[in-house]
Design a protein around this ligand. Structure first.
Ligand SMILES: NC(=O)c1ccc[n+]([C@@H]2O[C@H](COP(=O)([O-])OP(=O)(O)OC[C@H]3O[C@@H](n4cnc5c(N)ncnc54)[C@H](O)[C@@H]3O)[C@@H](O)[C@H]2O)c1
Length: 440
């Protein structure tokens, strides 16, 4: 993908240049996103692929400074005997939701591994963006987690679009559940240009397809918990149900997948994922939960707050930052809140502390074999104008004068619309929401 070498949206990089030196350590320079390797020596031992930008891949787990310490996931049953912990593979575990979830599950005595290509960090470098909160390297994060809690998280660095890599880690880790966060997750990013649209769909759709094949081939009983998005539904003029809708048409009734109306190439990749997962549940008997997540906010969870090196990311730019994060930063620096268009755009929102709860609830109450289960994962609905009011009122309490202005909307979307999405299934499983409306 040419854009992965570019440093801004407009620069076109020169033609691909590849230099390889095969061996245990390989240097590999290419325009591809990640220097993962399909050479035969990849399999039996750790292979390090280095590029100028230091992304590298390994199919052998990296465990850091852990030999003397008890393993993560060791748990006691009611009789005080240790029981075998559930093994959970968190794909995209270096990202915003994935990092918080991996720590939460590890803290709850699941045996956790993180799989990540680190491409999200690469996007930051290439677009000149940065998290407001300083983010440690994944290696330091995992090392720190181990030193603070004594728990072990295994790390596999690589791209799930490489099926050979994915097969190796499935055989090595043998997951009981896979939580799949590992996608390009920004709608604006997917709309920048052709190459980013292609990258988003290729990365997301092929990555998920590979996960489905890996489950079929290596871990048939494994429960897939896949992060979808509420954006898959769009903004229909009727209530949004949780995944399915019962329709009566010409006197006949059926329960069908709820219609999808994606509004970006990113959202379309999620729709395609959902279709592929639903199909493989039917065709191969895979058990899956699609979590149609709303917009997530917040930085702290119980675990990320344990040490500054465990801190999560906070994005506030126009590509990866959400409206709420942008408004908070604008208010803090005395810039007017920039409302896109009329500001009636309404979406579901949830606290990162509820994301980690929801994922744990999904894992501990798995879907049945062959079941494609859909949960709408959010706790409250807000329009952009509602968010601006919340931030303005919070500013008042702190003695900060916050102004808001309307700016031309860079997105093609309804700016005033009906929105009422159901979200009861996770509450029924035991979700105890942290509400934004309570915290302002
Ligand atoms: N953050 C939100 O508000 C939000 C809302 C709805 C849905 N989601 C979904 O939740 C998931 C996680 O979102 P996030 O905000 O944590 O994103 P993120 O970009 O912070 O994290 C995604 C992680 O996946 C990794 N990754 C991407 N492609 C990969 C690949 N091919 N192989 C291995 N690793 C790969 C990235 O390096 C990154 O660390 C995404 O699927 C996203 O669509 C997020």
């Amino acid at each position: 993908m040419t854009h992965l070498l570019s440093t801004s949206c407009t620069i076109r990089p020169p033609a691909t240049k590849i230099e390889r030196t095969w061996g245990v350590h390989m240097t590999y320079r290419t325009s591809a996103a990640f220097g993962y390797c399909r050479c035969p020596i990849f399999k039996p031992f750790r292979v390090k692929l280095q590029r100028k930008n230091t992304v590298y891949a390994t199919a052998a787990p990296i465990t850091i400074g852990v030999e003397q310490l008890p393993k993560s996931g060791s748990s006691l049953n009611q009789n005080g005997n240790s029981s075998k912990p559930k093994k959970v593979m968190v794909i995209g575990g270096d990202g915003y939701c994935g990092w918080a979830t991996a720590l939460h599950l590890s803290n709850k005595n699941y045996e956790v591994s993180i799989v990540d290509s680190l491409v999200r960090r690469l996007f930051d470098h290439q677009l000149g963006l940065n998290s407001l909160t300083p983010i440690s390297s994944i290696h330091n994060r995992i090392r720190r987690w181990n030193s603070v809690t004594g728990k072990v998280i295994q790390l596999y660095v690589g791209d799930i679009c490489d099926f050979e890599f994915l097969s190796e880690i499935f055989r090595s880790f043998e997951p009981d559940a896979v939580v799949h966060f590992g996608e390009q997750r920004s709608a604006p990013y997917s709309m920048i240009d052709r190459s980013r649209a292609v990258f988003t769909q290729q990365n997301n759709v092929i990555g998920t397809l590979n996960v489905l094949f890996a489950i079929k081939e290596f871990s048939k009983e494994c429960h897939l918990v896949k992060l979808g998005t509420m954006g898959e539904y769009g903004t229909p003029n009727i209530d949004i149900e949780e995944g399915y809708i019962t329709v009566t048409h010409n006197g006949r009734t059926d329960t069908l997948p709820y219609p999808k109306q994606a509004s970006s190439f990113y959202h379309l990749s999620k729709v395609h994922d959902s279709h592929n997962i639903a199909f493989t549940c039917k065709a191969w008997g895979i058990r899956a939960t699609d979590l149609n997540q709303g917009v997530v906010y917040g930085v702290r969870t119980d675990e990320t707050a344990m040490h500054e090196e465990l801190c999560n990311r906070f994005d506030y730019d126009a590509v990866f930052g959400t409206a709420l994060n942008r408004f908070c930063v604008q208010a803090a620096v005395g810039h007017p809140l920039t409302i896109y268009g009329k500001g009636g755009q309404t979406r579901g929102y949830l606290d990162i502390r509820d994301t980690v709860q929801c994922v744990e609830l999904a894992i501990s109450n798995p879907a049945k074999a062959g079941e494609f289960r859909v949960f709408n994962q959010f706790t409250e609905q807000f329009s952009v104008n509602d968010l601006a009011s919340l931030v303005t009122n919070a500013g008042k309490k702190l003695g900060v004068d916050v102004q808001a202005i309307s700016v031309p909307n860079p997105r093609v979307e309804a700016e005033e619309h009906y929105y009422n999405a159901k979200h009861t299934k996770l509450i029924e499983l035991g979700l105890k929401p942290h509400l934004l409306s309570d915290s302002f």
